[in-house]
Design a protein. Structure first.
Length: 138
């Protein structure tokens, strides 16, 4: 299993909207950056992703699970980009802010800090555990 971070503006798609989709999940589409799209292509069923509210809040608020691997993004008329399907797994007890992440010396290497515009990025297992601990999840 691999770990990822997915960014969404909460006024466009929020963790609460994701939660309402239930076990069916929702298509994670609209990614138009090639590096982010390549990350979507690497995702496998069962991988876990942090759900990050970007622009408004700038914090990790929940976890979703990949339930369908990369397929042609139905919102891409030119058929160049892919989407995945994810389902809600949980809300973090305490959101982990970008500020908190930047303050942690063990997380300085994350793409969230180094490539702040990237919307889909891998998270190594050590960082996944650290962020979960920061959010009070055991």
């Amino acid at each position: 299993m691999k770990y990822w971070l997915l960014k969404s503006e909460p006024n466009v798609w929020s963790i609460n909207q994701q939660k309402k989709e239930g076990f069916r999940g929702a298509t994670w589409d609209g990614v138009r950056n090639y590096q982010a799209a390549n990350n979507l292509k690497k995702m496998r069923k069962g991988d876990l992703c942090f759900f990050y509210h970007s622009n408004i809040g700038k914090e990790i608020v929940g976890i979703v699970e990949v339930i369908k691997e990369a397929f042609l993004d139905p919102s891409d008329k030119k058929k160049r980009f892919v989407a995945v399907k994810v389902k809600f797994k949980g809300v973090l007890k305490k959101p982990v802010t970008l500020e908190n992440i930047k303050e942690n010396k063990h997380l300085k290497h994350l793409s969230l800090i180094k490539q702040s515009r990237l919307s889909v990025m891998p998270i190594d297992s050590k960082s996944w555990k650290i962020i979960n601990m920061m959010s009070s999840i055991k």
